[in-house]
Design a protein around this ligand. Structure first.
Ligand SMILES: NC(=O)c1ccc[n+]([C@@H]2O[C@H](COP(=O)([O-])OP(=O)(O)OC[C@H]3O[C@@H](n4cnc5c(N)ncnc54)[C@H](O)[C@@H]3O)[C@@H](O)[C@H]2O)c1
Ligand SMILES: [Zn+2]
Length: 260
């Protein structure tokens, strides 16, 4: 594993354009369950596909709103972990060196932004923004749990969570930005995603097709593990600080050598 880390961090250091795709796994160490782990407790009897669809909301807006509001309130208690922080640091350094850097996430928790990342490309929307189905008005909800469900707008319409549900289109601008970043990067990282939810997982395929260097970080194997340049089995919060730290240390020692 140390050899893989060393090789990947060397390539990261040399990269001119970096794109990163994150999934629920990067937030696991912040205490936010991945989809597989989210369906526990009271919600164990439901399938995410039965809650995270427009049909589910139309059928039972009370239940679906309650589920999302519970997740929103839980995320409000969570803090970014060392994986989020390492990516925010990497972005700062990359931009200072005039490299391109794009962080693309499938997460709806905004922990990347809380860690200091900027211009995050949100493919699946956000848990914080609720949108009225009647008048289209959007509000950022940062307060305590809603007093009643479903959540209603002043106009009398129902508000839905601003996430992308199964069967819905991804925000087209965000997806186009992500595709462009992947097409032009020379180092791509996929962290904490099962790579099963499309079209987001298609970005990994795209990076492999254009023969970019691809690093995957996940404690478990995915459908892409055998096709990427480096598949590191580990937690985002352990591996990312090591990779980023090694790349930055190498950079610091190289510039000391240049200066002397
Ligand atoms: N935090 C969130 O915002 C959140 C949480 C749950 C689900 N979702 C939504 O669920 C969908 C599911 O796709 P997905 O691929 O993002 O998640 P997923 O739940 O399908 O897969 C999570 C992946 O993370 C890996 N993982 C677990 N712990 C990890 C760790 N500590 N470090 C790195 N990886 C770890 C797992 O092995 C798994 O492959 C997405 O559409 C996403 O919007 C988001
Ligand atoms: Zn309204």
């Amino acid at each position: 594993m140390n050899d893989l880390l060393e090789q990947a961090s060397q390539r990261l250091l040399a990269a001119k354009a970096i794109a990163v795709l994150t999934g629920a796994g990067i937030s696991a160490e912040s205490g936010i369950p991945t989809f597989r782990d989210a369906m526990t407790g009271l919600w164990a009897k439901y399938n995410p596909a039965d809650l995270a669809t427009p049909e589910a909301f139309a059928r039972d807006p009370e239940r679906v709103s309650r589920w999302y509001d519970e997740r929103r309130c839980r995320v409000a208690q969570c803090r970014p972990n060392s994986g989020h922080l390492a990516l925010a640091h990497l972005q700062q350094v990359a931009l200072a060196q005039e490299k391109a850097f794009t962080l693309i996430t499938q997460n709806v928790d905004r922990l990347h932004q809380a860690a200091g990342s900027s211009d995050v490309v949100e493919l699946h929307g956000s848990l914080w923004v609720w949108r009225c189905l009647e008048c289209g008005n959007e509000v950022e909800e940062r307060g305590p749990a809603f007093a009643s469900y479903p959540h209603a707008c002043a106009c009398g319409g129902l508000r839905r969570p601003g996430v992308v549900w199964f069967g819905e289109l991804l925000p087209s601008r965000a997806f186009a930005t992500a595709e462009k970043a992947v097409a032009s990067c020379d180092f791509f990282m996929s962290v904490g995603t099962s790579a099963e939810v499309y079209p987001a997982a298609g970005l990994i395929e795209q990076a492999i097709q254009v023969e970019t260097d691809v690093l995957e970080i996940n404690p478990e194997a995915t459908a892409f593990s055998n096709r990427v340049s480096w598949s590191i089995r580990g937690k985002g919060g352990d591996v990312l600080p090591q990779i980023v730290g090694m790349a930055l240390l190498d950079d610091a020692s190289a510039s000391e050598t240049r200066q002397s």
